[in-house]
Write a new protein. Sequence first.
Length: 348
Amino acid sequence: MLSRLARLGAKTPTTGPNAAIQPLLVIFHRTHPKANTSDIVRAYDVAERMHEGQTRKSGDPYITHPLAVATILAELGMTSPTLCAALLHDTVEDTPYTLEELRKDFGDEVAQLVDGVTKLDKVTYGETAQSETIRKMIVAMSKDIRVLVIKLADRLHNMRTLRFLRPEKQARIARETLDIFAPLAHRLGMNTIKWELEDLSFSAMHPKMYDEIVRLVAERAPSREAFLERVIKEVNNDLGHAKIKAKVSGRPKHYYSIYQKMLVRGREFSDIFDLVGVRILVDNVADCYTVLGVLHARWNPIPGRFKDYVSVPKFNMYQSLHTTVIGPQGQPVELQIRTYDMHRKAEY
C-alpha cells in the first residue's frame, strides 16, 4: 500500500491522528472507552490520500463524506471494523485503491464490508411500485447486516447535503429515500435515522408544504409545551409516590409523520400536533407494567388504544407499552412505556 501511495505522490502516513478525525474518535470512545483506535486512524489516512483532489458537489473535499458517515455510525455505537469500512467505503469504487489492497491493509472483515457496500451502490432503483422488491433484494445482498447500516448512514449524509444537487435529481433521490431507505431503517429498528430520512425527503419533495408545517409547529409549540410540562409533572409525582425510578420526557413530533396523518387520515393539523406524546423509561420489564397501572389509575384509558409490544414485540423486535389516556382538561395523551434497553434498540 505504501508503495502505491508513493507512486501517486502521496506522503507517508503520519503516526499521529489528523485533527479532522478527532471528533470521530471522541464519539467512538464514549461507547468503546478501552478500544484501540489505530485502525480507524489508518483508515482515515488512507481514505484522505486516496480521495485527494476529489470534491463533493458542495465544493468540500470528498473526505468530508466518508468522515461524516463514520461519525454517524460512531454515534450509533458501531465498532472499529464498521467505522473503518465507512471511511473506506468509496475508495474501491472511486479511486485506484483495489479491494485486494484493502484486504491486505485492513483484513477480511473490513474488506467484506466495503465490498458489500460497493455492490449495493450498483443497484438500480426503479419505480415506486417496485420498492418492496428492491428492499428485499438489498436485504438479500447484504450478508452482513452492518453493510445495510453503513449504506443507511451513507444515504443519510447524502440527504443532509442534497441541496447542492440539481432540483430534478433532488426529487428523484428524495423519492428513492422515502420508498426504499426509510422503510429499511424502520425494519432494522433504526427509528432516529428513519425519521430524519423522512423529514429530509419531505422537505425536498414538497418544500412549500414542509415549510407550512414547520411554521404551524413553531406557532403552536408554546401552548403545547405548557400542556406537556403539566402532564410530565403529574406523571413524575405519581411515579414518585409509587417509588418508581423513571425518566419522563415528551416525544418529538416529526414533520413527515404529521403530514402523513393529515393526508391519510384527513385530520386537521391541530388534531394531530396537539395530541401530546410522553415517553417513560424504566429499569426493568416489571416496572413497565407497574407504571402502566399507576397511570391508568390516574387517567382513564381510551378503549382500543392499548398495545403490548413488550410481551409480543413487533417484527423488527421493537418493544414498548403503548396506551392513550384522557389526560388533563379532557385532552388525549399518548404514553409509551419501555426499559432503557428497549429504548436504545428502538431508537438506534
